[in-house]
Design a protein around this ligand. Structure first.
Ligand code: NAD
Length: 476
């Protein structure tokens, strides 16, 4: 398969020097190639997004809404194709990939609905004959960057919100999941979005980011990925006076109190932990378990973890596929080894699975202290850390101990404690007795090093709009 770029409504080959490969994580074999974008390609993408903004910003909210709804419909028609592409490029089991396509289409639908409700505000004037209001205006050309771990949801969320607000976008999806991004571009093309409103470029991430973040024609950056890269792009955006939203890494704590149904909670946590092989920014990772039930909870968690079926993600029985690439496999293996050397007890898994592809066993580690690297570094893989805590104060302190604050979870039947966990854990999302951290209609964003700004919900759309104050009087 030869992948293209998507610039000004054309699926065209890149004109950069390098030809690069896309690899299947389940086999380690090449499944596609693409010619990298050159500086000229990027300049063209920025140029036509800028041109398209001139008319897109004037397109009525009702019309924008209709077009976005059509994209959702087109994506649903391609559900099978898109989900198979996600599974081929990312290694997520097919049923999970189908769910991802459903949610990605919903992102467009939700943005279509909300596009018509982006209201400004009329401000009471101090004198008669004066009208003053805060009106919302789209930022302009947005530069988007998305990772590989949610290859349909993340691009869909950024594109749909940008378009709903009246912005146009140049998106650089992950080079590891190009085929998924291009299928979304095809749905956009079939829906009849005007040329240049959405562009996708692939190539050398750092140089593309540099060109996009320094262009005077780009007004906003929206990035999803690791904290280190996010900080670099955020600094660049600030230097060039561009608005930035940054959705970065996490290391989610999960407080488990001694009054819960241990088996039920363990089963639900296992299902969420090993979803997408743990390669989810909101993946529950640090289980802070009340001491009285520590052994019992670990036992149930391990029992459920050992039943997770790890296999070729195209198999209908598969519950967990491979990690995305050799780099992730090495990182996970290194963190697990380091933890064991630092005194952690390996309760389950702990090694790669023999054979082709990047498969790793669902892994559970029990920790008596926090000296291992994995206690500080986001594992972004199928590793659960079991940590005993005695008091609610200790659980909250541990939950807040890291510089991350993206998602957090707490399980208890005690209302007072539930209230404390929800209010005192420093995290953009806190789920109490529940594990769904993000939906199209709810705001999602990080505290501390996990990011800036929101995606999703009205708050997420609002990020793509700036406020202008207009005052009208009667002097002439
Ligand atoms: P990454 O930071 O390596 O890549 C993300 C995007 O940035 C990709 O498009 C990539 O090509 C690009 N990129 C990489 N290096 C770059 C550079 N030097 N300059 C500019 N762009 C560059 O992240 P990843 O490995 O794809 O994803 C894993 C990380 O993303 C994890 O930390 C995870 O928690 C985080 N993540 C966060 C969210 C969220 O919403 N907060 C969602 C998914 C993933």
């Amino acid at each position: 398969m030869k992948y293209s770029q998507y610039i000004d409504g054309e699926f065209c080959g890149g004109t950069g020097e390098e030809e690069l490969a896309v690899v299947s994580p389940a086999t380690g074999q090449e499944i596609g190639r693409y010619q990298a974008a050159s500086q000229n390609d990027i300049a063209q993408a920025i140029d036509c997004a800028h041109r398209a903004f001139g008319s897109w910003r004037k397109t009525s909210a009702t019309q924008r809404s209709e077009l976005l709804r059509k994209v959702a419909n087109e994506m649903r028609l391609d559900r099978d194709l898109l989900s198979r592409q996600i599974t081929a490029e990312l290694g997520k089991p097919l049923y999970e990939a189908q769910k991802e396509v459903d949610v990605a289409a919903e992102m467009f639908e939700w943005a279509a609905e909300e596009a018509r409700r982006l209201y400004g505000r009329l401000i009471p004037a101090r004198a008669p004959g004066i009208q003053q209001f805060a009106q919302l205006e789209p930022y302009g050309v947005v530069a988007g960057f998305s990772g590989w771990n949610a290859p349909a949801i993340t691009p869909s969320r950024k594109i749909s919100a940008a378009l709903a607000a009246g912005c146009t976008i140049v998106l650089k999806p992950s080079e590891e999941t190009i085929g998924v991004a291009l299928l979304i571009a095809q749905a956009i093309e079939r829906a009849g979005l005007p040329r240049g409103t959405v562009n996708m470029v692939f190539g050398d991430p750092a140089s593309i980011a540099d060109q996009l973040c320094t262009s005077p024609m780009v007004s906003m950056i929206t990035f999803t990925g690791g904290t280190d890269v996010g900080k670099q792009l955020g600094a660049k955006a600030a230097l060039h006076m561009k608005k930035a939203t940054l959705e970065l890494g996490g290391h989610a704590p999960v407080v488990i109190w001694n009054d819960v149904d241990i088996d039920k909670v363990a089963a639900a946590c296992v299902a969420t932990k090993y979803r997408n092989a743990g390669q989810v920014c909101t993946s529950p990772t640090r289980f802070l378990i009340q001491k009285d039930i520590f052994d019992a909870f670990c036992e149930r968690f391990v029992t459920h973890a050992q039943t997770v079926r790890v296999m070729d993600p195209l198999e209908s029985q598969a519950q967990m596929g491979p990690l995305k690439n050799q780099r992730r496999l090495n990182a996970i293996d290194g963190l697990v080894r380091n933890a064991v050397e630092s005194g952690a007890t390996l309760l389950a898994g702990g090694s790669a699975i023999e054979g082709p592809g990047y498969f790793y066993k669902p892994t559970v580690l029990a920790l008596q202290d926090q000296t291992a690297d994995v206690c500080r570094i986001e594992p972004f893989g199928p590793v659960a850390l079991m940590i005993p805590v005695e008091t609610a104060d200790e659980a909250i302190a541990e939950a807040n101990a890291l510089p991350f604050g993206l998602a957090a979870y707490a399980f208890t039947n005690n209302m007072k404690l539930a209230y404390r966990f929800a209010n005192e854990i420093q995290s953009g999302v806190v789920c109490v007795n529940e594990l769904q951290a993000s939906l199209p209609e709810t705001p999602f964003g990080g505290y501390k090093d996990s990011g800036l700004g929101s995606e999703g919900g009205v708050e997420g759309l609002r990020e793509f709009l700036r406020v202008k104050c207009v005052r009208q009087g009667g002097l002439v």
